[in-house]
Ligand binder design. Structure first.
Ligand code: NAP
Length: 236
């Protein structure tokens, strides 16, 4: 069994996923970088290895059932454990227009994939003394914030916002199901971070990764079933 904790981060080849992987690696955690493009995943893992971190790529298209099915055996054989799952991969398909196809793609990646990936990896996470699941959500998925009128009209996105609201619900459901176990399940909002998804973001990926990293490394007396930005609770 790997001596260090092992984390899997999805969508880890760039943006917030890459930076979450870096910050977890800097804490001595072995990080498996999930990436749908093996070459980009290898390049990202190599970049972090050159920084002295213990990182490994795995091909993971989160909407591909075969990729998900292969993961538990791969993690078991390669590392013998999984302590942290960060469901980071996500898309903002509203950019393609308000179509049924865009809805399906958005929900596949942002809702259905993290649910089934989590289900597949639960046995390994439950075998960990301190399993942690982080769903990378967004304040745009908060019903309360959308209803408050604080969201500018351009960001009232039917697909993205409703898919992150659904991801928040899955966070609550998984946390309730696991409440009598050591596994903690929480949702993170990174802030408005400049990435390929959000060119208008004002935070760096280093700043934005912090919310997910805090939840991925919660102590045993930390919260479960919550929604947080930089350790502070957000309204659902
Ligand atoms: P990004 O730079 O566009 O990165 C998204 C990552 O997800 C990429 O690695 C992408 O892979 C991967 N991905 C997308 N669909 C995938 C799939 N089906 N299978 C596997 N990987 C997939 O975006 P980001 O800003 O870093 O976003 C990361 C997460 O934070 C997302 O869940 C997003 O909703 C959330 N978030 C971001 C912000 C922000 O301000 N940036 C705010 C709130 C929440 P490819 O490179 O192959 O496309």
């Amino acid at each position: 069994m790997n001596a260090n904790k092992v984390a899997l981060v999805t969508g880890a080849n760039k943006g917030l996923g890459l930076e979450i992987s870096r910050q977890l690696g800097q804490q001595g955690i072995t990080v498996v970088l999930g990436s749908r493009d093996p070459a980009r995943g290898q390049a990202a893992a190599d970049t972090l290895r050159a920084e002295g971190l213990d990182t490994h790529p795995v091909k993971l298209e989160v909407t591909n059932a075969d990729d998900i099915a292969a993961l538990p055996a791969f993690l078991e054989q390669a590392f013998g454990r999984l302590d942290i799952l960060v469901n980071n991969a996500g898309v903002m398909t509203d950019k393609q227009g308000d179509t049924a196809d865009a809805f399906r793609q958005g929900y596949e990646a942002n809702v259905i994939a993290p649910y089934f990936l989590t289900q597949a990896l639960l046995p390994l996470l439950q075998a960990s003394p301190a399993g942690r699941i982080v769903n990378h959500s967004s304040v745009l998925g908060s019903l309360a914030t959308n209803a408050s009128g604080q969201i500018p009209p351009d960001w009232l996105l039917p697909i993205y916002n409703s898919s992150k609201a659904a991801l928040n619900m899955l966070t609550v459901i998984q946390a309730q199901r696991l409440k009598n176990t050591p596994v903690k399940v929480n949702a993170a909002h990174p802030g408005s971070v400049k990435t390929d998804m959000n060119q208008a973001g004002t935070l760096t990926t280093a700043q934005g990764a912090r919310s997910a990293v805090l939840l991925a490394t919660l102590p045993d007396d930390g919260p479960t079933g919550g929604f947080f930005h930089n350790g502070k609770p957000l309204p659902w």
